[in-house]
Design a protein around this ligand. Structure first.
Ligand SMILES: C[S@@+](CC[C@H](N)C(=O)[O-])C[C@H]1O[C@@H](n2cnc3c(N)ncnc32)[C@H](O)[C@@H]1O
Length: 287
């Protein structure tokens, strides 16, 4: 076994003659405080980026153009910003995912729209509920929960830059008062769960929403732990994903098998796509 002594946040893979050793150093989770109104980049985003809308039935959610946000980051006078942003590197490389470096939060993935429509169509009652938008990217699902009067929403994304320059501006765009009912965490699920681990049942989540987060089988264990440690006893998880992620290996089928082996949760397929690559929404609760 090939090992570095870096601590818990490292994936180690056995070296075989036919496989290269892949060692991923996962970023530690941190709470991200929203910038103040005077922050130059935030001001620039809010004043100059094009607004898009997602409209479904009576709900209208707004989000800023990612292309415009990236242009602002690229031309920012703050050199340190230009040199250090993994989201800019990923965009320059036309890369959707770079394991443990950039996990895909820049674009809005298809299953986000499935889950938004599912929540609206099924009148999920989120009033006074505590919600977690896990792997939030744009944050549209968490924002919908706030529009639907959730009492509090936690937004989590692996990349702090996504939270600072995409999720938080989108929350502000919809209603800046929502910042009083939200918090934001970056970093790996392993350390996220330790950082916000709530022994107190009252502080756990009534609903965990997560879209397109099961593409990497190596992350199933820590994702499952987030579910297990942060969901209220009678809480519900809605997980939206593709049946199979070509080129990466994970997907709904293998995640169902993983849950069956663990025997902690029960699940029900509550929606399946009728077009294109098969997509599903699972409703998951404690067995
Ligand atoms: C493909 S993106 C999906 C973004 C968004 N949910 C959507 O549907 O548009 C996957 C998300 O999962 C999160 N993620 C994946 N692996 C993670 C890990 N090991 N720790 C923390 N977050 C992770 C990333 O933050 C990323 O935003």
């Amino acid at each position: 076994m090939f090992k570095f002594n870096f601590g818990d946040n490292i994936d180690e893979k056995e070296e075989t003659p036919s496989s290269k050793v892949t060692t991923h150093v996962w970023l530690k989770s941190e709470q991200i405080e929203p910038a103040t109104e005077n922050d130059a980049i935030l001001k620039d985003i809010i004043s100059n980026c094009e607004e898009n809308t997602f409209q479904y039935k009576s709900q209208v959610l707004k989000y800023f153009s990612t292309v415009d946000i990236l242009n602002i980051l690229r031309t920012s006078d703050e050199c340190s910003l230009k040199n250090n942003l993994s989201v800019l590197d990923a965009d320059n490389d036309h890369s959707d995912l770079q394991t443990a470096i950039y996990e895909g939060g820049l674009k809005i993935w298809e299953c986000t729209y499935d889950l938004l429509q599912y929540i609206v169509n099924n009148n999920l009652n989120l009033k006074n509920k505590q919600t977690l938008d896990l792997g939030c990217g744009s944050g549209l699902i968490g924002i919908l929960s706030l529009v639907e009067n959730a009492s509090f929403c936690t937004f989590q994304d692996y990349n702090a830059e996504i939270l600072k320059y995409i999720t938080i501006p989108n929350v502000i765009l919809n209603n800046d008062a929502y910042l009083n009912k939200s918090n934001f965490y970056s970093g790996d699920w392993n350390s996220f769960v330790d950082l916000i681990n709530h022994d107190n049942e009252e502080k756990k989540f009534d609903y965990i929403f997560t879209s397109e987060t099961i593409y990497n089988i190596d992350c199933y264990e820590k994702l499952h732990e987030v579910f297990q440690k942060l969901l209220k006893k009678d809480g519900e998880i809605y997980l939206a994903a593709k049946s199979y992620y070509f080129g990466v290996g994970g997907g709904i089928t293998s995640f169902k098998e993983f849950m069956e082996q663990k025997k902690i949760f029960q699940y029900k397929t509550c929606w399946t796509s009728s077009d294109g690559l098969k997509r599903e929404i699972l409703k998951i609760s404690f067995s």
